[in-house]
Design a protein around this ligand. Structure first.
Ligand code: C5P
Length: 235
């Protein structure tokens, strides 16, 4: 399959057309950004590590029956994916208090939640991805009622599967962000499943293995991500 023109350039990904109008190539890059791209860096090996982690995690969720956009891995950094229209609503599922949830409600990081909390955020760099309610999402036409219901159920399933997966590797899935896309009237889990879009804390120590390492300058991100990949591949 031929690679076509660049369709979209994200903060740490590029998406290319292919000769098949229903498929794209998603290329991971070594770029890291935080705080709506106000902080940026190039992180050695990040593209191949996040690509490998994403492929591994999409395989896990597939086994649980969640349909997703990945067709196959093309190279160390490239995934052939179904072409979807991304729903402009990010789905965040939280198991432990952290990040914007802690700030919004005046809580301390690390408090466990007795059930997962699901939140919607409107994807808008100009507005810094604000929290939104179901009614606004539907009323403003960002997603249909059935799509919200589908995304809620699928995201909670993914959260369950990935919580169990990471626990097997001694890591707590604190929270994560998921994105969905439309293709021919159906919804697919899209985007990426990586430590860029999740909080992953080592059990027992609370050591973060995610992008907070970069946001807060806690350690070397490249080494941290490589260690994380090593834990799930046994390398
Ligand atoms: O910042 P906040 O606590 O709302 O983030 C919740 C989770 O969603 C974190 O794992 C974070 O990495 C992820 N997230 C993301 N992209 C955003 C906002 C949050 O991947 N634009």
């Amino acid at each position: 399959m031929e690679m076509g023109r660049l369709l979209y350039e994200g903060k740490s990904k590029k998406v290319f057309e292919t000769s098949d109008p229903d498929r794209v190539v998603v290329r991971f890059t070594d770029e890291a950004t935080a705080f709506n791209a106000k902080k940026r860096a190039t992180v050695a090996h990040k593209a191949r590590v996040n690509c490998a982690i994403s492929v591994r995690l999409f395989r896990e969720v597939e086994q649980a029956g969640v349909r997703h956009h990945v067709v196959e891995q093309r190279s160390e950094t490239d995934l052939l994916c179904e072409r979807v229209e991304i729903i402009p609503v990010e789905v965040v599922v939280r198991n432990v208090v952290a990040g914007s949830f802690a700030r919004r409600y005046g809580l301390t990081d690390g408090q466990p939640l007795h059930r997962p909390v699901l939140e919607w955020f409107y994807k808008s760099d100009a507005l810094d991805d604000p929290l939104v309610g179901d009614d606004a999402v539907v009323c403003l036409g960002w997603a249909a009622e059935w799509e919200l219901q589908f995304m809620r159920e699928a995201a909670l399933t993914v959260n369950q599967v990935l919580t169990a997966f990471w626990a097997e590797h001694g890591i707590d899935l604190v929270d994560a962000k998921y994105e969905f896309g439309r293709q021919n009237g159906r919804l697919l889990l899209a985007d990426e499943l990586t430590p860029d879009g999740s909080r992953l804390w080592e059990q027992g120590t609370g050591r973060p293995f995610d992008k907070d390492v970069f946001r807060k300058d806690l350690a070397d991100l490249s080494e941290t991500y490589r260690e994380l990949l090593g834990r799930i591949t046994g390398g």
